[in-house]
Design a binder for this molecule. Sequence first.
Ligand code: HEC
Length: 289
Amino acid sequence: MIVIVLLIFCVGVLSSLFIFQFEQNLMLRSCFSMMAVVVFLSACSEPKQAVGVSNAENVSPELPISLSDPKALLGSQLFFDTNLSKQRNQSCGTCHDIANAFVDKRQDALLGAVSLGSDGHSMGGRNTPTAGYAAFSPAFYRMSNGEYRGGQFLDGRASGLAQQAEGPFLNPLEMALPDGASVVERVKENPRYVDLFNTLYGQDILEDAQTGYAAITNAIATFEKTALFMPFDSKYDRALRGEAKLTPQEELGKPCFSLSNLLIVTHVINSVRHHSMPKKRSRIMSIVI
Ligand code: HEC
């Protein structure tokens, strides 16, 4: 693969020189030079095979879950319930604001660089990432080259959305409840919740702290797998569906945009989570060739 890519790289460079000498056509020259750079970068980010499972196999196939799914509906209520924090003033949705692409728009901690906790003075150590498209993160795994991919949180320490949701309730810098049992007790304060959990997860599921907490995080994870969290409504997504037309400049930038090592752009989430690496690679190659 590397050999082929390097070969194409050389052809790109040579063609660029050729055109430079004989055509003096600025447009074509820059096009070919860019192709050469793109292929070179593409070679640098050679797709890496995971140990054991492939990236594509790690991503859940059943997304998105319907918004009318009863567990998702229950999860939506929990996601926005401020009673589930120490001072009854903060929900998941406080930091992952649904009106703001599920990031924190508050400016009250280090000018918005981090998030303020339920206690009103604790500050998290990291900027709140979007909870959108998080369902597409594959399970945490190690690549054959030793790099790690996937998982939830910036360091991948939670293996899925349900495990991730266990964290914020108990994080003293966030919702700050002492343990899972306390979260379950707060949920049980609301008789409507108790009825719904009994119906959807089994009678008296909340009577045991462990099974109760697992059901709570499962409901939240189900909500995070609905289309609300994955609208795919950027111009890029619409262009992929044929509903919008990219400008010539945007078309020119598309190969770079698709490269995993150049994804520090606003659409990072859509690209990384929507398309598996091998697909991206073949698209780049077909553009180049
Ligand atoms: C006080 C603000 C705050 C609250 C409240 C909060 N989060 Fe977060 N969330 C964060 C921060 C900060 C991170 C990144 C932490 C890290 O990477 O170590 C994060 C990470 C995440 C991620 C991982 C995203 C990714 O791509 O890795 C998900 C999903 C998420 N939160 C969902 C939730 C849910 C569900 C709740 C409620 C149970 C919640 N959050 C409550 C601030 C918050």
